[in-house]
Design a protein around this ligand. Sequence first.
Ligand code: ZN
Length: 272
Amino acid sequence: MIETKLQKFLTTLSHYNGFEKFYNLNQNQKYRNLSVDWSSTFTILNDVSDKGTSMLSHHRKARKIKLMLEELPTIEHLKYSFLEVYDGWKCPCCGLDDETFDHVWTCTAHLGTLIQIRNRSKNLLFDLIAEKIENIDDIKSLLETLDMWNILYDSNHFTFIDLIKGIIPSSFSTSLSHLKKSDKLEILQKFFDSLYDSVNKDIWYPRCAWMEEFETSLGLDLKEKLKYKNSVPYFSVHRKIRTDARVTTLEGIRRHIYFGEIIFDYYNNRIS
Ligand SMILES: [Zn+2]
């Protein structure tokens, strides 16, 4: 009996130790200064409706995690492995800027498409809420005021890029607090699934198809690229290097043990 409890405790501990490592990553600096609903974020990432046994769902989850970690193979990302091949290459869609993760979602070549996706997502969200409650006017106007619909990169506010990554701002979550918890999670799941599919289908996959065709025309396959693999580490000027507001004390766990608090609440609320 004690052993089972201990095992469970150790699993929880390593789980949250893993979370703190994730939380402390440079690219997550923004989320250490803004309030994120981590609990819902990971529930949706794990997909409540998915039994998660097929290879397909495994791949889908792995790709979602890469997106959340900003690890898409953009040109800037590929330079970490193959600088000699990609040095000087610009965004394949506009040809003007360096293709960083944030640029993919702010590129002028994608703006029209992304506005459509944003508007469709917002309408879907309102429709889903309307299926659950009768008068959605208040929720709707509350949601409309949130920064998260803005299509731009901002290191101090939530934007649409955070939603694309699957991050759920606490303000988004709170706007849905009148709904039953199960309804809220069902709505969030459908909203984020649809958004994920749209940005892949309309933006990322076409971009990758074009890149593949272009590289093939140059005779540039993986075997060829590997000949030029970086021998020294590459430091991109675009790298997000702010390390402030890190947590290394497993404070969430400590509070859980001493005060019985829900562990994620510590990370959700330490900002406010
Ligand atoms: Zn571009």
